[in-house]
Design a protein around this ligand. Sequence first.
Ligand code: PEP
Length: 250
Amino acid sequence: MRRPVFAANWKMNNGPTAARAFIAAFAARWAPRDDRSVIFFPPALAVSAVVHALGSRTDLAVGVQNIWTEDKGAFSGENSAPIAKDAGARFVLVGHSERRHVFGETNAETARKCAASARNGLTPILCVGELLTQREAGETNDVVLKQLHVGLGRLTPDIVSSMAIAYEPVWAIGTGKTATPDDAANVHAVLRHALRGVVGVASESIPILYGGSVSAANAGALLAATGVDGLLVGGASLEVESWLVICAAG
Ligand code: PEP
C-alpha cells in the first residue's frame, strides 16, 4: 500500500516571517506519523526559513514550487535544482497548472525540469490536468496522458518509480469547484494504467495525488476515492487549522 502524501502548495504566500510562524504553530500540534508524508512547498525565498523552523522534524519535508531546466548559468530570476537542494528542499513541483497556463510552460520543459530534479537528487512531483474546455470536449484523458508521457520522457525507470504524480484539473484549482471523488477516481485509474505501461509493476510505488479546491470539508471523501493516494492543496493549506484537518484525513 502506498503511503498517502499531503502536499501544501503555498504559491506566492507566506514569506520567511509568516512561514516560520506557520511551521511553529503546525509542528506544535502535529505529531510525527509514519502512515503519511507531509510536504511544504513555500515560495523559494522562504524555503530556508521553513527548513530552519522544522529543525529536527524530519517527518516534515520541504520542496520548491518550480525550478529552471539548467543547473547553473545566466538565467536571472530563476532557481536551479542544485540551489534548491542546497537550501534544504527534497521535492520539486513540476508543471503546476499555473506554470503551464500563466507562464506558458510546455510539456517539453516539464520533462527537462523533471530531469534536472532527478540528476540533482530531488524528487519531482509532476502535475497534470486538463482545462475546462478540454474536459468539455472529452479530451481529458488525451491531455493528461500526453502531459504524463512527455513529462516522464527523460527519466530512468528507477526515478519514475520513486517520484509522484499529481492530477489537478485546471478548472478546479483555486476556483472552489472540486472534482467529485468519481471524477478523480476515473482519471487516477487512467494515470495508474499508463504508469504501469511505463515502468511495469514498479509503478505500484508511485503515489498519485489529487489537487483542486481541496478543503477540510472534502478532503476525507477525496482521499477515500479509489486510486487517490494523497492531496496537493493550495488555499486550504494556508490556514493552520484546515491544514491540520486535511493532513489527518483518511
Ligand atoms: C494548487 O495550488 O495546487 C491547488 C490545488 O490550489 P487550490 O487547493 O487552492 O485549488
